[in-house]
Design a protein around this ligand. Sequence first.
Ligand code: S3P
Length: 428
Amino acid sequence: MKWLEVKRAEPFEFSCDKIASDKSISHRCAIFSLLSDKPSTVRNYLRAEDTLCTLEIIKELGARIEDDGQILKIVPPQELGEPDDVLDCGNSGTAMRLFCGFLSSTPGHFVLTGDKYLRRRPMRRVTQPLVQIGAHIDGRDNGNFAPLCIRGERLNSFDYESTIASAQVKSAMILAALKADDVCTYTEPELSRDHTERMLRGMGANIESWDTITVEPMTRPLEPLDITVPADPSSGFFFAVAAAIVPGSRVKIENVTLNPTRTEAYRVLQKMGARVEFEEKESRYEPIGDITITCDGKLEAVEVSDRISWLIDELPALSIAMAVADGESVVKNARELRVKESDRISCVINGLKACGIECSETDDGYRIVGGDLRSAVIESCGDHRIAMSFAIAGLLADMKIKDTDCIDTSFPNFVELLESLTEVRVWR
Ligand code: S3P
C-alpha cells in the first residue's frame, strides 16, 4: 500500500501543460474508433490504469494498436471478434457502462468485469433500458452488478426518457441507437457532459440534440477520429483548488477542454471569490484552451445545488475549498456521489472531520463550516479523487494519506506535479 505525505506550501506560481489527458474523452476515443472502418489517430491518449484497460478491451475485440509512445493509431478489425476471455474494465464505470451499450448490439458473447470497487457499483441504470429494447444482459442482483454477461443482438428503436442526468447512461443508449433498427430519441432531465454527441457528430453520425437527442442508425461505418485529447479539467481542478486555498498563488492549466459541461466547478470557485480566467485557443470536437486561477483574499462559502452532473467529479476537491472558506457551504442534490468509486459523501466528511472541520452528511450532499485545517491521517477509501483532494489539503496543513495507489487510475503524474508546489514523501 502506497502512502503519501504532503507538506505545507509557500505561495507558488505554476503553469502546467502536463495535466493528465481527459479520461472521458480517452475512453470514448478507444470505443468509438471501432465504429469506423479506417484507422483513427489519437494524440495525448490518457495512459492511466482506467483508460489502458479500455485499450486492452478493444484489442480483445480485434482492434490493432500502433503506438509510437506519442500517437496511437487504432486500426479497427473488419469484423469485431468474440473475445476468448472476460473483458476487464478495471475501476472504470464509464468503460463498463459504455461497453454495455456498444456490445449489446454487437453479435457475440461478452463478459464485462472490473475491480472490487466497480463490481459494487450499480449497472441497472444501463442494463434495464438496454434490456427493454431487446438486449440480453445479465449479472448479479438481476443485472445490477458485474460481472455482466452480454449476448449481442440487433436492438429495437426506442424513445427513452431517463430519470438521471448521466453521460454514461446517455452514451450507452446512443451507442445502442446507432445500431438499432430505426431512429431513436433520448431525453435527460438536465444536460450531462456531451462528449459522446460531439465526437460522434464529428465522425459523421446523424445525431441532433436540442431538448431531446435524436439518433439515426448508422447506414455505413463512421469516419475515423483524428483527435488530440485535451487535458482533463477534473484533474486540473486539484491544482485550481491549490491556487485558491494558498493565498498569493497562481496556477495556469494549459490545453484543457473548456466544454461548459466540464468547467462548472471552476465557475463555483469564481463565485467563492477566486479569480478564474478562461482563454479559448482552438476548437476541434470541443473548445480547448487555458484556465488561470488566482486567489488573493479569503474564499466565501457557497451553495451548490444545481447542474450537479457538470461538477460531480470535482465535488471532493471543491469540498477542500469549502473547508477553508468563510461561512457554511452546502452541497445538495448530489446523491450520485454515494455510488462513485467510493461513497464520496461519507469519505469527504470523514476526512474533513479528521482535519478538525465542522461538517455533516445529508442524504444527498453535505454541509461544511469553513475553518482551519488541521494536520491528519486520511483514508483514501481506494478512491483516486479522495486521495488527491486531501493531498491538496496538505498544502495548508501537513497530511498523510493512506492507500494512494488508486491515483494511478486517472492521474499517474499527479505526485510529480505536486512536487513542483511543495515537499512530498511517498512510501510503502
Ligand atoms: C463520465 C460521466 C460522469 C462522471 C464520470 C465520467 C463519462 O458520470 O462522473 O467520471 O465519461 O461519461 P455519470 O454518467 O454518472 O454522470
